[in-house]
Design a protein around this ligand. Structure first.
Ligand SMILES: [Mg+2]
Length: 118
C-alpha cells in the first residue's frame, strides 16, 4: 500500500462497515473529513502519540534500561494509529501525506542551510 491508497482508505466514507476501494480492509466507523473534524482528530493524534510514549515507558520500566528492550510489535501498531490520525487531520485541510513530507523537508533543509551558512 502506498501513501495515496492509505489516505484514500482513511478518508473514504465507510459503506456497510467495509472499504469500497479496499474490500479486504474493514472500517470501524464512518468518517466524513472536513475542517470541523480537526479538533477531534488533533486530540486523537495527541492521544496516540501518548500511546507510543507509553510503549517505550513500559520498556524502560519493565527492563530498567534505555535500550531497545520494548514491545516493538505494540510500537508498530501505535505508530500506525498516529499515522491514521495524522492523515485524517491533514486530509481535513485538503493536504496529502506528500504535502506534509515536502513541507517538513523544506523546513529542515532550510534550517540546515542556515546553520551551514552561519
Ligand atoms: Mg493506539
Amino acid at each position: 500500500m502506498n501513501s495515496k491508497d492509505y489516505q484514500a482508505w482513511v478518508t473514504e466514507p465507510a459503506s456497510g462497515g467495509g472499504s469500497r476501494k479496499f474490500p479486504g480492509l474493514r472500517r470501524t466507523r464512518s468518517l466524513t473529513m472536513n475542517a470541523s473534524r480537526a479538533p477531534g482528530l488533533a486530540l486523537g493524534l495527541a492521544g496516540e502519540a501518548g500511546e507510543v510514549a507509553d510503549v517505550i515507558k513500559k520498556g524502560i520500566r519493565d527492563h530498567n534500561t534505555l535500550g531497545f528492550d520494548f514491545n516493538q510489535a505494540a510500537l508498530l501498531l501505535e505508530l500506525g494509529d498516529v499515522l491514521w490520525y495524522l492523515v485524517g487531520l491533514a486530509d481535513s485541510f485538503g493536504w496529502t501525506l506528500e504535502d506534509i513530507m515536502q513541507a517538513n523537508f523544506d523546513k529542515i533543509e532550510s534550517r540546515r542551510a542556515q546553520k551551514a551558512g552561519a
